[in-house]
Design a protein around this ligand. Structure first.
Ligand code: BMA
Length: 387
C-alpha cells in the first residue's frame, strides 16, 4: 500500500471503529434506540441534560396531579431526563414508592412525546426472603439458572418485558435507558459487594440483558452500569476499581456513576474542597473510561437531600463541570425524588434554592425539556447547540 492509500485505509478503519462504538450493544436495537445513543454521544460533548426521579408522579405536597412537576414549577420546564423505578415487584399494582405502574407507563409516554428521555432503575425485592432490596441475605446464586428462586426471577423478567412492550405509542416502542443492579460496589443491596461474589454479579447482569434481548426480543433498551462513588477509591487504580463487576463492553452502553457523597453532604469524611475535587475526579474518570470504550458517560444519580445549600445547583454541580469541560463529557445529571420537605433533591415552589436552580437552567451548558427537540432522530436532539 502506498502512503496515501494507507492513510485513507486507516481513516476508513478508524471511522468504522468509532461508528461501531456508537452502536448499541443490542445488534437488533430499533432505529430510534440507535439514534438515541448517537445523540447521547453528541449531547455529552456539548453540555448535559438535567434529570429528576419520579418527576411527573409526585412532588412536595402533591401526588398524581396531571401536568404537575416540581421542576416545571420552579425552572419553568420539565426535566430532560425522567427517572423511574420498577421495584419492588412487578406483580404488584404500584412500585415501591407507591406509583401505579399503569400511571408510570402514561408518564413515560408523555416524556417521550415531549422529546425527553426515560431511564429505569430496579429496586427488586430479595426473592430469597421475600423482603426488600436492602435485605442483604445472599440471593444472587438463588435467582441465577439452577438456583431455587430462578423461576421466580424469570417471572419478574417476563413481567418486566411485558411492561416494556407496553411502553409504546401506536407506531413505535419508546427507547428506554435501563439501569439494573445499581450501586453494586456498595454493600446495601442484596446484589451488592459482600452479598454475592463478583462473578455472580456479572452473571446476574449478563443474564438480565441476554434474557430481555434474546429470549423476550426487547430491542428498545440502552443498558447503563452505575457503581457508587462512595465505595470507589480515586487515589489508586481508580479505573480498575470502577470496573469491579463490569459485565463487559458487550453488555453496557452507558458508563454511569451514582454520587451523593461528594456533593455537599454534611458529616462525611471530607471537607467541601475535598468533596469538590473528588466530584471532579469521579466525572473525569467516567469520561475517560467512556471515551476509551466508545460509550456514553452519565451522572446517573446524585443530589443533596433537602437541597440545604441554596446555591447547590450552580456551585456544586454546574461550575465544577464547566471549569473542567474539556475532560468531562456527561450526557445527563439525574437528581433523586421529591418525596417531602425533608426528603427531596430538586427544589419545589417557594424553596430557597429556586433562584439558583433558575440560573442553572438558564446556563447554556444545561438542557431541560424546553431545550430538547427530538433525541430519537439522528442529529436533531437539541433545539440549537447554543440555546
Ligand atoms: C431511596 C429513598 C427511598 C426510596 C428508594 C427507591 O433513595 O428515596 O425512600 O424508596 O430510594 O426510590
Amino acid at each position: 500500500m502506498n502512503y496515501k492509500k494507507r492513510i485513507s485505509y486507516l481513516s476508513f478503519l478508524l471511522l468504522g471503529l468509532s461508528l461501531s462504538a456508537q452502536t448499541p450493544i443490542d445488534q437488533k436495537a430499533t432505529k430510534k434506540t440507535q439514534n438515541l445513543l448517537a445523540n447521547l454521544h453528541e449531547i455529552s460533548s456539548q453540555g448535559f441534560m438535567f434529570g429528576h426521579q419520579d418527576d411527573q408522579a409526585y412532588g412536595v405536597g402533591w401526588k398524581a396531579e396531571e401536568g404537575r412537576s416540581d421542576v416545571k414549577e420552579t425552572a419553568g420546564s420539565f426535566p430532560a431526563v425522567h427517572g423511574w423505578d420498577v421495584g419492588s415487584r412487578l406483580d404488584r399494582e404500584s412500585n415501591l414508592d407507591d406509583i401505579r405502574f399503569s400511571n408510570m407507563k402514561t408518564w413515560i409516554k408523555k416524556a417521550y412525546k415531549m422529546g425527553t428521555i426515560n431511564t429505569l432503575s430496579w429496586h427488586l425485592d430479595n426473592l430469597t426472603t421475600g423482603t426488600n432490596s436492602w435485605d442483604k441475605t445472599p440471593s444472587v446464586a438463588d435467582i441465577l439458572p439452577g438456583g431455587s428462586k430462578h423461576a421466580e426471577f424469570v417471572e419478574q423478567l417476563d413481567l418486566l418485558a411485558e411492561m416494556l412492550e407496553g411502553m409504546r405509542t401506536t407506531f413505535t416502542r419508546i427507547p428506554i435507558v435501563f439501569r439494573p443492579w445499581h450501586e453494586h460496589n456498595g454493600d446495601w443491596f442484596w446484589w451488592g459487594k459482600g452479598n454475592c461474589t463478583e462473578a455472580e454479579y456479572i452473571a446476574l447482569f449478563q443474564f438480565t440483558v441476554d434474557y430481555l434481548k434474546n429470549e423476550k426480543n426487547i430491542h428498545h433498551l440502552l443498558y447503563a452500569f452505575s457503581p457508587d462513588r462512595s465505595r470507589l477509591r480515586l487515589d489508586t487504580i481508580p479505573e480498575q476499581n470502577y470496573l469491579y463487576g463490569y459485565p463487559g463492553d458487550e453488555y453496557v452502553d452507558i458508563i454511569g456513576i451514582d454520587n451523593y457523597g461528594d456533593v455537599g453532604r454534611i458529616g462525611g469524611p471530607n471537607t467541601p474542597e475535598q468533596q469538590q475535587e473528588n466530584f471532579i475526579q469521579s466525572l473525569k474518570l467516567i469520561t475517560k473510561i467512556a471515551r476509551e470504550k466508545g460509550k456514553v458517560a452519565a451522572l446517573t444519580e446524585t443530589g443533596l437531600e433537602g437541597v440545604t445549600k441554596p446555591d447547590w445547583f450552580t456551585e456544586i454541580i454546574l461550575n465544577p463541570i464547566k471549569a473542567n469541560d474539556q475532560e468531562i463529557d456527561i450526557a445527563w445529571v439525574l437528581v433523586w425524588r421529591n418525596a417531602n420537605t425533608t426528603h427531596h433533591y430538586a427544589p419545589y415552589a417557594g424553596h430557597p434554592s429556586v433562584p439558583d436552580f433558575q440560573k442553572f437552567d438558564e446556563d447554556p451548558l444545561t438542557y431541560f425539556e424546553k431545550d430538547m427537540n427530538n433525541p430519537y432522530k439522528r442529529g436533531k436532539a437539541l433545539k440549537s447547540s447554543d440555546k
